[in-house]
Design a protein around this ligand. Sequence first.
Ligand code: PLP
Length: 431
Amino acid sequence: MTDSIEELRRLDKAHLWHPFTQMQDWCASDEDPLIIASGKGAILTDVEGNEYLDGNSSIWTNLHGHQHPVIDAAIRKQLDQIAHCSALGFSNEPAIRLADKLVKLFPAETLTRVFFSDDGSTAIECACKMAVQYRQLVGEERPNFVAFGGAYHGDTMGAASLGGIGVFFERFGSNGYPVRHMENMDALELMEADESRSVNAVIIEPAIQGAGGMRVWPEGMLRRLRDWCDRNGAFLILDEVMTGFGRTGRLFACEHEDVVPDFLCLAKGLTGGYMPLAATLTTEKVYEAFLGEYEEMKTFFYGHSYCANPLGCAAALGNLEVFEYEQVIESLPPKIDAMREALAAIQNPHWGEIRQVGLLAGVDLADARGEKALDWRNENGAKVCRAARRYGLLTRPVRDTLTLVPPLCVSVEQIHSSVEALDRATRDVLG
Ligand SMILES: *Cc1c(COP(=O)(O)O)cnc(C)c1O
């Protein structure tokens, strides 16, 4: 066994190129790579048999735990029928049923159309392309997008250009959508009338920005943004790729402020964290603009090979079933409170600001008085998360912000032990 683990590690370093990873460091380190062999509930097990709490829900995807019997069964049942068939020219039952279920999660006659794709990034691309083509079809001159500083909307070229985190888009900036970045609602409300009328759509991660470092928006902000969009005739695109499916304590973050967007982008948790599947929901108004005779060329010429993949859609149906069956949303308040109390109880000199919405939390590492930020080049966030493995926790930082995003099925006890793990790991690294 040890031999084969060594062999796997050698082959990984020989051929894999990992996402968001400095491969020089990856290949130099002698413990890495940590190879995950299995998962059950909120626990991941590596090839050596060590167990860890899945402290970032396998990059914000998993909801009800690994090997959940309902989702496993839904996928197996579908596998006995067909794994994939094209949605270009054909349909399939799981996709049809899933679209119907998704639409019914929103107020009647609001988001009535569902376009399936593969990932968060493609859900965003799809919304943006629909918005651009819509303006062309109805003859409106609105070339610009508005996004927010610190935003993250994915890594494909268009989605990346909307992002407000320099390292992800600066290199490719000139290739994307024309976008103005705003720091907050005050800045947006100061925009000149002429410019406001040039805005096609505003895109935002509602309630909290994830990859920006778990940055929390002020209460009421989303309502204000919806009003601004309505006053100025701009679309509102909500990126609920991270916040969707219960992470903020409601099924969708937009429910906290009774806002319905013109486009809603879902991915990560859509399948309970099982399969790559995404959905872009939009309104009948948008959809109808694309209708016409074929030769009018109004068709939305967009799609991917695996759009509406039946296995993914079956997993997503299983996911929604679990929400209903296990009353998942109703189970969250005590867990959210436990996380808030556990984080607040830690007296760590190197913990600066702590931010939390639902079961999404970020802890800024800071100097010995918990005040000034650390030098990001020292990668302290990564070092702390690595040290946390010793205490049975796997998670990733956003630079020097530690993040804790457990699956919704996490127990109060597991929340306590994961907060403790982060505290101890911080002491190990920073003293
Ligand atoms: C992860 C994420 C994306 C991109 O999703 P992928 O599936 O990684 O392409 C987009 N927006 C937000 C808010 C995300 O957290």
